[in-house]
Write a protein that binds this ligand. Structure first.
Ligand SMILES: NC(=O)c1ccc[n+]([C@@H]2O[C@H](COP(=O)([O-])OP(=O)(O)OC[C@H]3O[C@@H](n4cnc5c(N)ncnc54)[C@H](OP(=O)(O)O)[C@@H]3O)[C@@H](O)[C@H]2O)c1
Length: 217
């Protein structure tokens, strides 16, 4: 499937990443709807002009099948702005399948990619880190597993740490790696570009992908 820039995109959860997904999708000319738990939080994230460009705002919880079914009416691709939530992953994947969407895009973590040798899960390289790489890996992997179980078409985006840097990198496309670690940091802006590219083309269907941003922060 190759979707067009006029695709109907649903973004579920508008936090740090979700805010940038909305902006990137609108910039590309997509029709953008959102599902959020709290409209006040949405209004704190997005200015009134951006909110006015949204096709539909559904207020509800992404673990609620009825809210998901309502939000997914007429949608081609759903993108989650929240990860590490197994129930949400399962319910969203089931709803995407039930409503015949073309694809679900889900954020996991950089530790879910394979190391450069192609056989060792990347979390094993972080055994001596200050963070519990195995626990993070397992929390994200549980989501990946339930998404795959439903049979829905998917792309799993696997970032290291994310935050905004205020701009998109000039050549973000060259920073994308398929199922291999890309780097420890990716900006929300670059992540949003990669995720919308995954939404609007079939370049990375059924793959885990990573991307990195070269900045000193
Ligand atoms: N940031 C990082 O460094 C990083 C690194 C690796 C992976 N990730 C993954 O990427 C995801 C996005 O990162 P982020 O920095 O954008 O996180 P974030 O700012 O915390 O955004 C998460 C959003 O998801 C929404 N949400 C949570 N549960 C929901 C539910 N049941 N129904 C509807 N919406 C729900 C939250 O809504 P409310 O506004 O209602 O709370 C919030 O707006 C994370 O969840 C994480 O799994 C993040």
């Amino acid at each position: 499937m190759t979707t067009s820039s006029h695709s109907q995109i649903l973004i579920v959860g508008v936090g740090g990443l979700g805010e940038h997904l909305v902006r990137e999708a609108l910039e590309r000319g997509a029709q953008v709807s959102v599902l959020v738990r709290d409209r006040t939080n949405l209004e704190a994230r997005l200015d009134a002009g951006t909110i006015a460009k949204l096709t539909r705002i559904t207020v509800g919880d992404a673990t609620d099948p009825a809210a998901l079914d309502s939000a997914m009416q007429g949608i081609d691709v759903v993108i989650s702005g929240n990860g590490a939530h197994k129930t949400m992953a399962r319910r969203m994947a089931e709803a995407a399948k039930r409503n015949r969407l073309g694809k679900l895009i889900w954020p996991a973590g950089g530790t879910n990619l394979m190391s450069d040798d192609g056989v060792t899960p990347a979390y094993k390289a972080y055994g001596n880190s200050s963070f519990n790489a195995e626990a993070i890996y397992k929390a994200h992997q549980a989501c990946i597993d339930v998404i795959r179980e439903t049979g829905v078409n998917y792309v799993i985006f696997c970032p290291g740490r994310m935050t905004s840097v205020g701009y998109r990198s000039a050549d973000v496309a060259s920073a994308v790696r398929v199922n291999r670690p890309a780097g420890m940091f990716v900006s929300y802006e670059d992540a949003a570009w990669v995720i919308l590219e995954a939404a609007l083309t079939n370049a990375w269907d059924r793959e885990l992908i990573g991307a990195a941003t070269e900045v000193n922060i």
